[in-house]
Write a protein that binds this ligand. Structure first.
Ligand code: ATP
Length: 846
């Protein structure tokens, strides 16, 4: 028995070898982020404009433009920095762990803490965390393609080595670390792959496209207006400024940044709800999900297994107790019984222990288990039978469990020769048995007995029990051949449904999202659990059924309420594809190596955080940290909220810009002095609008959000339906500020312009309430449910008051103080923007 490194030796080794990590991929540094704010066409144009102002001696304008540019850069920088740090925190949460033995104790530590000499346990689906020599292995199959580019898996035996960065496709092993970090082969050739991607999402691309189109339109309009202005003999510098103001007014500069920030903050919010987004696109796609394909064990159920019944050739046993506490007992015909009094039970317990890697551990007065729950239940069962303990060192070979084989075997060396022990799904075990165990020893298994066992399996599964069969074969030899075994018996395990899942399934159903169970478990167990959770299941299909089905028949079957059971991981890919062909947006869970293709194919691949292998996590878009189905539904709700919020502020920003542009165009066509000065437009667009828009991104979910069907994924951010709303707001705000301007012109152009400018800012701020929901009136949302919005609103109104009364800003923005009368008019004009949309929404929502 190896004890691994001792904790005492760790500090010295650490000093000598450092950490098991590779240099971080280059991150956006604060400086590059800041540079990004300045290096865009608009800002460069503004800087040019500032230069022209300086040449013309307009020092005020020069300072104002530069101040706005700087302020805008700071705002952008702060937001993007927040986004970047959120994403970095998410990356940290995904950093891998390793199972080591130190001081003889098995524990899980962050992989970066590994040291040469560490004893590491590798399991199926693990990424090998460091270069290491193999001490023991069972069926170890390694994918070395990251190192060699060779995609054919290789088997590795004791004495050989495994390399950091490769993955365990099958089997498990005990290995001793030889090199860490940059000393590994992988470290020498590779830079670490980032685990959270911030590749552009479809929304971001769509928005960039929109911004580009508007930009082109802006250049066109600004050009036409400039030519028209030139013909009216305005000074060249004025014309340039005018063109620039129009362009600034038309382009929603803040949009792409606001979306990035909102999505990153959204990812942070999801992580707090146990859903770790690996790429931002997942948030958008989740909002449109129409089918969630979920496995059963651990996602819908607790994955805490306890044996309830045992059935052998001659007897039926009841098992008491709960969880992994060995305090229960086994009763035969109502009488407590121990292994020493029942040879079949003794042999069954022996096999159960030898076929299990799980260990029962006591934490305080609670019993828990380290390992796989099915095996933990069998270990507990053996303890309740008071079975003799087994010597695991007597195991000479193992064929590990896999979801496609659905059984596992170990070969034990005993004084009386080799004994093969096997456990797995009953069909898989029955298929390799020709004898059955009795008190006096193995006897041939009759077909009646075989049928009886099959019927018993159905009966147990029908009660929702998970069935495991056990078998053994004395007189076996190396290597393992799984045939001619002696059937020992069946164990029925309970794995209770998670209590919160029933509601989550119902919530999903109300939101038009179908829940499809896809499990490796028995059809009757699957149907029983489906029923308990109210997952509709009129029909159950197994891997065998699928094999005999054409794609068209599968598509037809998927129109019904179907549950998939006893499937192979490969079947998941076909099911996802068939659902997608039917127009569904599919979220699919997975945990094993073989689930990776289906996770990649699904619109949203969901890897399990606890049970999931590194391979599955790598293939996924989102990691469900607590493995819980309810978390998935929560993430969908969050995805919907994010998408809705983005739609809200896109419309809000466009409505604001439309108002400014219309006011300017009408003002120009009427002749007369400019209604807004370029610096004022910059102030409105780059400062006040962006801040309020971000706060719209923080709106809480709307009450009815999970009562409507998923959105059509082809739906654009801005459908035609958005146009009337945007135009209505634009027309009103433009009309109102034009009215203010022209009716106050006789009090001096500075006053009139200040009133129009302040009016426009306040109109835009007031409209924000209308955009809080496109359907639900504010009184139903709760006026105070979004404190950020009020903070943004108050801060921007105060900023505008400062713009009007604070001398330095007065100089920069060319404003004049307003009187109470002016404020009165502005407020009266702003009122309809608050009242009318609420009335319309109230009437329509009835
Ligand atoms: P899900 O796909 O919902 O996670 P599952 O855990 O039942 O369900 P698999 O892990 O593929 O799916 O297991 C399939 C069957 O294999 C189980 O029903 C059980 O009979 C058997 N089985 C599960 N775990 C083991 C194991 N560790 N050793 C032997 N047999 C097992």
């Amino acid at each position: 028995m190896h004890h691994g490194l001792s904790d005492k030796s760790v500090p010295d080794l650490r000093a000598q070898h450092g950490w098991n990590e590779l240099p971080e991929p280059p991150r956006a540094s604060p400086l590059t982020l800041l540079a990004k704010q300045v290096m865009n066409l608009l800002v460069l144009l503004l800087i040019a404009a500032a230069g022209i102002s300086l040449l013309l001696g307009e020092i005020g304008d020069f300072i104002a433009i530069i101040a706005v540019v700087v302020l805008n850069a700071i705002l952008g920088f702060v937001q993007e920095w927040r986004a970047e740090t959120t994403m970095q925190a998410l990356r940290k949460m995904l950093s891998p762990a390793a199972v080591v033995v130190r001081d003889g104790l098995r524990r899980t530590i962050p992989a970066r803490e590994l040291l040469p000499g560490d004893l590491v346990i590798l399991a199926e689906g693990d990424r090998v965390p460091a270069d290491a020599d193999i001490l023991h292995e069972a069926g170890l199959l390694i994918d070395e393609s990251v190192l060699t580019g060779e995609s054919v898996p290789v088997s590795r035996a004791a004495g050989e080595s495994v390399a950091s960065g490769t993955t365990v496709l099958r089997g498990h092993a005990e290995v001793c670390v030889t090199a860490i970090g940059q000393q590994t082969r992988f470290g020498k050739i590779a830079t670490l792959t980032a685990t959270v991607s911030d590749a552009q999402t479809q929304l971001q691309r769509e928005l960039q496209g929109l911004a580009r189109q508007l930009g082109l339109l802006a250049v066109g309009v600004a050009g036409v207006v400039a030519i028209a202005a030139l013909l009216t003999d305005r000074p060249l510098a004025d014309v340039f400024m005018l063109g620039l103001s129009l362009a600034v007014a038309m382009v929603p500069e803040g949009l792409p940044a606001v979306v990035t920030v909102t999505l990153a903050l959204g990812a942070g919010a999801m992580a707090r709800r146990n859903a770790l987004v690996r790429n931002l696109q997942a948030i958008e796609t989740l909002g449109a999900a129409s089918v969630i394909c979920t496995d059963k064990t651990g996602t819908l159920t607790e994955n805490k297994m306890t044996a309830r019944v045992i059935r052998t050739a001659e007897a039926r046993y009841e098992v008491t107790g709960s969880g992994y506490d060995p305090a229960g007992h086994i009763a035969r015909d109502g009488q407590k019984i121990r292994a020493e009094d029942d040879p079949v039970l003794a042999r069954l317990s022996q096999t159960a222990q030898l076929c299990s890697h799980a260990r029962l551990v006591r934490r305080g007065d609670q019993w828990d288990m380290v390992g796989e729950p099915t095996e933990g239940a069998l270990a507990t069962l053996a303890a309740k039978a008071w079975a003799d303990s087994v010597d695991r060192d007597s195991i000479v070979e193992e064929l590990p469990f896999s979801s496609d084989r659905k059984r596992m075997s170990v070969l034990e060396r005993t004084g009386a020769g080799m004994v093969l022990h096997c456990k797995g799904a009953p069909e898989q075990i029955l298929a390799i048995c020709d004898r059955i165990d009795r008190a006096e020893g193995p006897a041939p298994m009759s077909s009646a007995e075989r049928a009886e066992i099959a019927a018993e399996v159905e009966a147990m599964a029908g009660r929702g029990l998970r069935t495991i069969a056990l078998a053994y074969s004395p007189g076996a030899s190396e290597p393992i051949v799984e045939e001619g075994l002696v059937f020992l018996g069946l164990a029925g395990l309970v794995d209770p449904p998670r209590p919160e899942v029933r509601d989550a399934v119902a919530l999903a159903a109300r939101a038009g999202i179908r829940t499809v169970m896809i499990t490796g478990d028995h059809p009757a167990t699957a149907m029983n659990i489906a029923q308990k959770l109210a997952i509709p299941g009129d029909r159950v299909l197994t891997s065998d059924d699928l094999a005999g089905m054409e794609d068209a028949a599968l598509a037809e079957a998927l129109r019904e309420n179907v549950v998939f059971a006893r499937v192979q991981p490969e079947d998941k890919l076909r099911i996802v594809a068939a659902l997608q062909d039917g127009g569904a947006i599919v979220a699919m869970t997975g945990d094993g190596v073989n689930d990776a293709p289906a996770l990649k194919r699904a619109d949203i691949g969901l890897a399990m955080g606890i049970r999931g292998t590194e391979v599955a996590k790598d293939a996924s878009d989102l990691v469900v940290l607590d493995d819980n189905y309810a978390t998935i539904v929560g993430a969908v709700a969050e995805g919907r909220r994010q998408f809705e919020n983005i739609r809200k502020f896109v419309r809000y920003l466009l409505a604001s810009n439309t108002g400014e542009v219309l006011a300017l165009l009408v003002n120009l066509s009427l002749g007369g002095p400019l209604i807004f000065l370029p610096t004022q437009i910059l102030w409105m667009n780059l400062i006040t609008d962006g801040v309020t828009a971000i706060s719209l991104g923080l709106e809480k979910p709307e009450p009815g959000q999970m009562r409507v069907p998923p959105r059509d994924p082809r739906m654009h951010l801005l459908g035609l339906s958005a146009l009337p709303v945007i135009l209505a707001f634009g027309l009103y705000t433009a009309g109102a500020s034009l009215w203010l301007f022209y009716s106050l012109l006789d009090q001096g152009v500075e006053v009139a312009r200040t009133a129009a400018f302040t009016g426009m800012v306040l109109f835009e701020k007031t409209s924000v309430f209308a955009f809080r929901s496109l359907r639900t009136p504010c009184w139903r949302l709760g006026w105070t449910s979004n404190p950020a919005l009020w903070m943004a609103f108050s801060a921007m109104v105060l900023a505008q008051i400062a713009a009007v009364y604070w001398p330095p800003l007065q100089t920069l923005l060319h404003t004049a103080p307003l009187s109470l009368d002016h404020w009165g008019s502005i407020l009266v004009l702003a009122l309809p923007l608050l009242v009318v949309p609420e009335l319309v929404k109230s009437v329509r929502s009835h």
